[in-house]
Design a protein around this ligand. Structure first.
Ligand code: ZN
Ligand code: ZN
Length: 326
């Protein structure tokens, strides 16, 4: 049952209303309006947002290609902020704690996917900024069991992209097993972050950004593709050795369905990744806590989220796109 519990602490209690960027429907502009501050369930924390990463998933949400999207919705699913209130059953998080909130806001824990450790594929999953309100707002509510503590030496803006793009890239790299020579195809920001992660793990990474004259590669042990374009997947399949694996990171439903069979000859395989589990994220953050990993970011004020999305569309951002609260 929804409730409000104010913890005794130095953190200021939230007001009853807040500003938020609300998407009222597909292909509509984000509205910067006042809405009620969310009430908490017993497992929830209320977080004052300081930074929120945006990625291609947000672009798809705005362009209405996401089947599970609920409108109106407050987008934003890679959120860093400070806990200001906690529900009755919350453990491990208190008012004042810095906290990270990934896209996976909740999973059932009992379906076949959840029982197999694939909670990000749970059919009942709640997704922050898609099925539930997200972080393009002054405050956001999240189930504490899906929130994470963050390494203290990284800034809020540097951490935000790790919660989505970083965790997904980490999972995709993990699927490559012991592949040494890895090609990274597609979005410049995602490939840059993946290249840093690959090198930290002792792999040799070459990047092939999403441009028409991508040079042909060959002899790669494996490849990651951060693009909905099938052409990129074909490039990658041609570049890997026989038996090599291509992991396709794409949120676009349907685009992953058909790859021409001849391309899959010589035991080359395509795997699909969309999202990450809590354990992927926790392992990534443990790595970030002990390694020189600092994602390049381009930071925009949250009030001009539309401009940030436009920048994302150009594919020419100087780093992962992050929106910062005033
Ligand atoms: Zn994302
Ligand atoms: Zn489930």
């Amino acid at each position: 049952m929804a409730m409000r519990t104010i913890e005794t602490s130095t953190v200021a209690a939230p007001p009853s209303s807040m500003w938020a960027m609300v998407l009222t429907g597909p292909r509509r502009p984000l509205q910067h309006i006042h809405v009620p501050v969310p009430l908490l369930g017993s497992h929830d924390v209320l977080v004052r947002v300081s930074a929120c990463g945006v990625c291609q998933l947000d672009r798809l949400l705005v362009d209405s290609l996401l089947p599970r999207a609920r409108y109106p919705v407050i987008p934003g699913h890679a959120v860093v902020g400070q806990v200001v209130e906690v529900g009755r059953a919350v453990q491990g998080f208190s008012a004042g704690h810095r906290v990270g909130m990934p896209r996976l806001g909740w999973a059932c824990g009992s379906c076949q996917a959840c029982r197999r450790g694939l909670e990000h594929l749970c059919g009942l999953a709640r997704l922050m900024g898609v099925t539930d309100d997200g972080g393009l707002a002054e405050y956001v509510r999240a189930d504490h069991r899906f929130c994470v503590h963050l390494p203290s030496h990284l800034s809020d803006s540097a951490l935000a992209p790790l919660l989505c793009e970083g965790a997904t890239a980490y999972r995709a790299l993990r699927m490559l097993g012991d592949a040494r020579r890895v090609g990274l195809y597609g979005s410049a920001t995602a490939t840059r972050l993946a290249a840093d992660l690959a090198r930290l793990r002792g792999r040799e990474a070459s990047s092939f950004p999403q441009e028409e004259h991508t040079p042909p590669a060959s002899g790669l042990d494996a490849a990651l593709v951060f693009s909905p374009a099938k052409g990129m997947v074909r490039h990658a399949l041609e570049a890997v050795v026989d038996g090599g694996k291509v992991v396709w990171v794409s949120d676009v439903p349907g685009h992953r369905a058909s790859i021409a069979v001849p391309q899959l000859a010589e035991e080359r395989r395509v795997h699909w990744v969309a999202g990450a589990t809590r354990s992927d994220l926790q392992d990534l953050l443990a790595l970030a806590g002990t390694s020189p990993l600092e994602p390049a970011v381009e930071v925009f004020p949250m009030a001009i989220a539309e401009k940030a999305l436009a920048r994302l569309r150009t594919g020419r951002a100087a780093g992962s796109v992050v929106l910062a609260s005033p």
